[in-house]
Design a protein around this ligand. Structure first.
Ligand code: 5GP
Ligand code: ZN
Length: 114
């Protein structure tokens, strides 16, 4: 399968893993859209929330709940935003579910209807 995040998971594409456990790993986004922009990537490959198994959902919940404990390491103490793009309208470009972690500055919340 030609998936960039699976290749990073497996070490086939080098990328510093800032955190890793049995559920997920965290890397810096290669094209940061905020002062701090990370990706929290579940280890198992699936594209959409609708593809999640019960085991994936449990793993994902565990992964989310690790993020606060990483606040100091990742610089999230001023607050952060989590974002999951799903499908075409959201502009999902990598079809391996992932959570964007945006932080390090006040985060604008644009009115996307404009
Ligand atoms: P999406 O648009 O699917 O929600 O987000 C995919 C994200 O993955 C984008 O923000 C993009 O910059 C990031 N990305 C794509 N390829 C790579 C890569 O090889 N390494 C890293 N660190 N990030 C990547
Ligand atoms: Zn993948």
């Amino acid at each position: 399968m030609d998936c960039v995040f699976c290749k990073i998971r497996d070490g086939e594409i080098p990328s510093e893993k800032l955190y890793e456990d049995e559920d997920m790993f965290i890397i810096r986004d290669i094209e940061p859209k905020a002062a701090k922009h990370y990706l929290m990537i579940p280890k198992r490959h699936y594209k959409l929330i609708s593809d999640m198994t019960d085991a994936d959902a449990e793993s994902f919940a565990r992964a989310l709940r690790k993020i606060p404990a990483l606040s100091d390491k990742l610089g999230l103490n001023g607050g952060y935003r989590l974002m999951v793009n799903q499908g075409d309208d959201a502009g999902q470009t990598v079809f391996h579910l992932h959570v964007h972690i945006l932080a390090g500055q006040p985060l604008d919340f644009p009115d996307l209807k404009k």
